[in-house]
Design a protein around this ligand. Structure first.
Ligand code: AMP
Ligand code: MG
Length: 487
């Protein structure tokens, strides 16, 4: 393993130093023939990395973990997790490494993390690898989420390794270089709590406060304030998912961050037709992580975080539980407030619109969208035109025109602002049929469709000529969509 200076990049290893019990030094497997499939140049610039260097041989070795920069200590992170409700005490990074933290020229501390870099001691039965398709999928969807203004981990690059990966068939392997505020998860706290080492749990909480919720350090009860801050961040995050029609698909506690960023894009997908029961993941037979369940699951996960934090909340357990229950009780009101404000913005309603009237409009609309199997994204985008006197785009989407026209009349009476709506209702999301098309081509080595899709979804609110097919609903014959985990 060679050590070489990485131009203008300052690597630190604060996580590994402060939380050594949860950081297992490890190295990436050598990639026989690294080839760059996608590079996020604006993000590289934000990190202070030269795109030309990243494209070169040293840059590619760096992006697959085979060139470790000075100051970096690659580690596999230990964490636990409730997966579909069942607790696994020792999960951890089975196929990923935290390279370290980068302090950007702008002064932000960000994790640089590699996914698909080979087996680690946490791999259990897994091969430690990732395939090109799923890594390109994380790249597209996370960057689309970022462009939609939703907190998320980012994707810096996808590099094909030249190594075959054995799934249902033999597929090409890849490493995703991911950037995040941190990789601290609810499962990280569950792991620290399960060790019974109170000092470790306290150090983890202090680390999280300092990196994500520094305001908590000033509060009379800093660990309670940390929990409250995570509750707020997650309430706001999940409200944003719901407003844009995002289904995460695998909201296990190891896939929920302390920072409030969306993480681990596995079987995720966006709604086409509006239906709260929508499930895309092949393994979610019971619909635990269905679109409409996401707020309840987030609250359940936060209850697991509260349990892990109990020893820090009060010496007396009854008292600790009372504090946790009260803080968690605020999730619902915070979620509802964020979602209601977001829906009002999607409908372009003026701030003085009467709350009960706005709520009735929203309720009636969602019932109508579901009953008529309406494409969620196209409908809201079309409403912007309807506010400007052109109802035809939305009238073309709803079968029950009498109900729609009645609803439009009530809504237009409130004088909605179409311009403001276009700034919150995206024209372009990574629609399932387009993602599939781009990934199928990308796996075969044809990257044009991926780059055209990225061009659309990374500027989602700005409708542009030539991109009409990226704004259109799925073709009738696309059928029901199924996604897969951990591949
Ligand atoms: P996920 O649900 O994809 O976030 O992954 C859950 C756990 O499985 C994590 O501990 C991952 O590191 C691990 N994992 C997923 N896929 C693999 C793989 N191919 N090899 C080793 N570990 C894996
Ligand atoms: Mg995960």
């Amino acid at each position: 393993m060679s050590v070489a200076p990485v131009p203008t990049l300052d690597f630190e290893d604060r996580f590994a130093r402060e939380l050594g019990e949860m950081a297992l030094p490890w190295q990436a497997e050598p990639a026989p023939d690294p080839r760059l499939l996608a590079l996020n140049e604006p993000l590289a610039a934000e990190l202070g990395l030269a795109a030309d260097w990243l494209r070169g041989p040293d840059g590619l070795r760096f992006l697959v973990g085979n060139l470790v920069p000075s100051g970096a200590t690659p580690v596999a992170q230990a964490y636990s997790g409730h997966q579909f409700g069942g607790f696994t005490p020792r999960l951890g990074d089975g196929r990923a490494l935290l390279l370290g933290e980068v302090v950007t020229p702008g002064g932000r501390r960000l994790d640089l993390h590699l996914k698909g870099s080979g087996r680690t001691p946490f791999a259990r039965g897994g091969d430690g690898l990732a395939a090109v398709g799923p890594m390109l999928r994380e790249y597209v969807i996370s960057e689309a989420m970022h462009a939609l203004g939703i907190p998320t981990t980012r994707s810096l690059a996808v590099v094909a390794t030249g190594r075959p990966v054995y799934r249902e068939t033999v597929v090409p392997g890849a490493v995703l270089a991911r950037v995040a505020s941190s990789h601290l998860r609810v499962g990280s706290f569950q792991y620290a709590a399960a060790t019974g080492d109170l000092d470790l749990l306290r150090r983890l909480a202090d680390h999280a406060i300092s990196r994500h919720h520094p305001g908590a350090a000033e509060a009379p009860h800093r660990y309670l304030a940390l929990f409250e801050a995570v509750v707020s961040a997650q309430a706001s995050l999940v409200a944003r998912w719901m407003l844009v029609g995002f289904v995460h698909g695998v909201m296990n506690t190891d896939n929920m961050t302390i920072s409030g960023e969306t993480i681990d894009y596995g079987p995720c997908a966006f709604l086409d037709v509006f239906d709260p029961a929508t499930v895309f993941s092949s393994i979610d037979a019971g619909g635990r992580y269905a679109y409409g369940n996401q707020p309840v699951v987030a609250e359940w996960n936060l209850a697991r975080l509260a349990e892990a934090l109990l020893p820090l909340l009060a010496e007396d357990q009854e008292q600790a539980i009372a504090l946790a229950v009260e803080a968690l009780g605020r999730f619902r009101e915070q979620y509802s407030a964020a979602w209601t404000a977001g829906m009002r913005a999607k409908l372009g309603l003026p701030s003085d619109a009467e709350a009960a009237e706005a709520a009735a409009l929203v309720d009636d609309l969602l019932v109508m969208l579901q009953a008529n199997h309406v494409d969620y994204t196209s409908f809201f985008r079309g409403l912007g035109s309807a506010a400007r006197g052109e109802p035809e785009p939305v009238r073309g989407l709803v079968l029950d025109l009498a109900s729609l026209d009645d609803w439009l009349g009530r809504w237009l009476a409130l004088a909605p602002d179409g311009q403001a709506m276009d700034r919150v209702n995206p024209a372009y999301i990574p629609r399932n049929h387009l993602v599939e098309e781009a990934l199928t081509a990308g796996v075969a080595g044809e990257l044009g469709p991926l780059h055209r899709l990225l061009e659309a979804v990374t500027v989602p609110f700005d409708e542009r000529p030539g991109l009409e097919r990226y704004a259109a609903p799925a073709p009738e014959d696309f059928g029901s969509y199924v996604t897969f985990c951990g591949t």
